[in-house]
Design a binder for this molecule. Structure first.
Ligand code: HPA
Length: 274
């Protein structure tokens, strides 16, 4: 993806915004409702945005929503692009580059994930402390554009420790119990087998999903600070004696919606944006 496309898309979006956003939000399965709560909002469907791919999954709306959340200017993706939909890694992460170009400094990524850690329960929120890329691909493969970031970006603090600390304090203030752990990114779209989950558990994974990792790699490449929140929508395969379904994922995220919304509001409200 050429950098000029990123700039063209950013210019197109900038013309439609009242204020320059400082915080970017990527809202995962069942979590898009947050974008409906923005004040003075402007909505841009992905189909209207030059160079933007289209979203195809049920539960994902497919639009950018800008506005204010707790007084802070934010830009939210209501629905993201997944690798399993057939998009290239460059397409999946294109919006993150655009966010950077728009002047965003902090990216909050959210997702629904299966719980690998047996201490977790469906409905828990988990702060992502680190990730394991099991997608078998990387969005930075190909020629590097030095104006975007370094050839070999450091990933030793992919999820900003201060932001994690900030989020933990917010959870405490609100009396919300949050877990913390390692997110494993698989390509999907099939859910994991029970044997794969046992393997991921031994490798240090606490939750598993089919997104987030590509966006976080690119966010680190471009110098955005990242906060990641998983909604544990189900226990991963083989942990409970029951099959997995996308309906269960959506049902659980609907149940934790209120806590999720309160949590992200509090995080944004008290976030120090430079
Ligand atoms: N596995 C992979 N992706 C997921 C899961 C899961 O169990 N739950 C929600 N997204």
């Amino acid at each position: 993806m050429e950098f000029s496309k990123v700039q063209e898309t950013a210019d197109f979006i900038r013309q439609r915004l009242q204020t320059a956003p400082k915080i970017g939000l990527i809202l995962g399965s069942g979590l898009g409702v947050l974008a409906d709560e923005l004040q003075d909002s402007a909505v841009i469907p992905y189909q209207k945005i030059p160079h933007f791919p289209q979203s195809t999954v049920a539960g994902h709306k497919g639009q950018l929503v800008s506005g204010h959340l707790e007084g802070q200017p934010v830009l939210a993706m209501q629905g993201r692009f997944h690798y399993y939909e057939g998009y290239s890694m460059k397409q999946v992460t294109f919006p993150v580059r655009v966010m950077k170009e728009l002047g965003i400094e902090i990216l909050i990524v959210t997702n629904a994930a299966g719980g690998i850690n047996e201490q977790f329960s469906p409905g828990d929120l988990m702060l992502i402390e680190d990730h394991i890329n099991m997608m078998g691909n990387n969005p930075l493969i190909g020629s590097n554009h030095d104006e975007e970031g370094p050839r070999f970006p450091d990933m030793s603090e992919a999820y900003d420790r201060k932001l994690i600390q900030h989020a933990r304090q917010c959870a405490e203030r609100l009396g919300i119990n949050v877990q913390q752990g390692v997110y494993v990114g698989n390509s999907g779209p099939s859910y994991e087998t029970a044997a794969e989950i046992r393997m991921l558990n031994r490798l240090g994974g606490d939750a598993v999903g089919m997104s987030t990792v590509p966006e976080v790699i690119v966010a680190n490449h471009t110098g955005l600070k990242v906060l990641g929140i998983s909604c544990i929508s189900n226990m991963a395969a083989g942990i409970l004696d029951q099959p997995l379904s996308h309906d269960e994922v959506i049902e659980t995220t609907e149940k934790v919606r209120e806590d999720f919304l309160r949590f992200v509001r509090e995080i944004v409200k008290t976030m120090a944006v430079m």
